[in-house]
Design a protein. Structure first.
Length: 269
């Protein structure tokens, strides 16, 4: 397993380090443009496998979640940039419905009922008193640059967590990812259930929780889910203090964010 994790991490570095410009990419928009960037699940191109990434886009770019686009990629910027963005198929327009606002830095984490990999009822309120990181995966994901990569990096983080900090992964396939499935998945990555919580629950409740974090998902067949990536750092009081978008975050950066949050706990009188 350690060899497998190391290979996943090495492959991610090699893919992200490839330098090229002027290539064409197609994909589906998962999050609308914000602050000059957009989250897209792209098809394979130029040696890159299909994966979800954040790209820079021109300020005037108008896209909606669900749009299928084609664009030119410039890999010389960080994050990579898109130009000549064209909507190939526009998102289907659905009747407007009331949706919860997307969580922002400073917001409280919603206290919703989950079930962990041991079959125990759990809410994130139980983790208050120490910082934790929250991410979103599903166990049937086979893309080594997506959920398995996130979980491999969680394995690396688990070995170095400061104080009583912990890790949380919420399933985006809650109907399938029952506790025994999550337990097998966690065991494959060496998850300690006391520090690394794999959560499922009522599908509507779980998916609404993910949507509140800005996670958009689209089923593409019976076992494949295309979704945006986001990791949140939550402080000991249950407030979000930082986000990491897409799956390219480094364990070192997340560890530093958790350590900072842990330090603030220790400074409290």
């Amino acid at each position: 397993m350690r060899c497998h994790i190391a290979l996943i991490a090495l492959a991610a570095v090699l893919w992200s380090g490839a330098a090229s410009a002027g290539e064409r990419v197609t994909g589906i928009v998962l999050m609308a443009p914000s602050a000059g960037t957009v989250v897209i699940h792209h098809a394979p191109f130029g040696g890159m496998p299909a994966m979800t990434m954040t790209f820079r886009v021109p300020a005037q770019t108008r896209l909606q979640p669900g749009d299928r686009i084609a664009a030119e990629v410039d890999r010389t910027t960080d994050p990579w940039s898109l130009a000549d963005v064209r909507v190939v198929t526009a998102a289907k327009v659905t009747p407007a419905v009331a949706e919860p606002p997307i969580a922002r830095v400073g917001d409280w984490v919603a206290d919703v009922p989950f079930v962990d990999q041991r079959g125990h009822a759990m809410s994130l309120r139980a983790l208050r008193g120490a910082p934790f990181a929250v991410s979103f995966i599903y166990t049937r994901c086979t893309d080594p640059h997506m959920c398995p990569l996130v979980s491999a990096k969680f394995h690396a983080l688990q070995q170095r967590l400061p104080g009583r900090a912990s890790l949380v992964e919420v399933s985006l396939d809650p109907a399938f990812d029952q506790p025994r499935v999550l337990a097998r998945y966690g065991a494959a990555f060496g998850a300690d259930p006391h520090r690394w919580h794999l959560l499922t629950g009522d599908p509507r409740t779980v998916l609404d929780f993910a949507a509140h974090f800005g996670i958009l998902e689209e089923a593409q067949g019976p076992v494949k889910i295309v979704h945006s990536e986001r990791l949140a750092i939550v402080d000991a009081d249950g407030r979000i203090v930082r986000f990491f978008d897409d799956a390219r975050w480094s364990p070192g950066d997340v560890l530093a964010a958790l350590a900072t949050a842990q330090y603030m706990v220790q400074k409290q009188p």
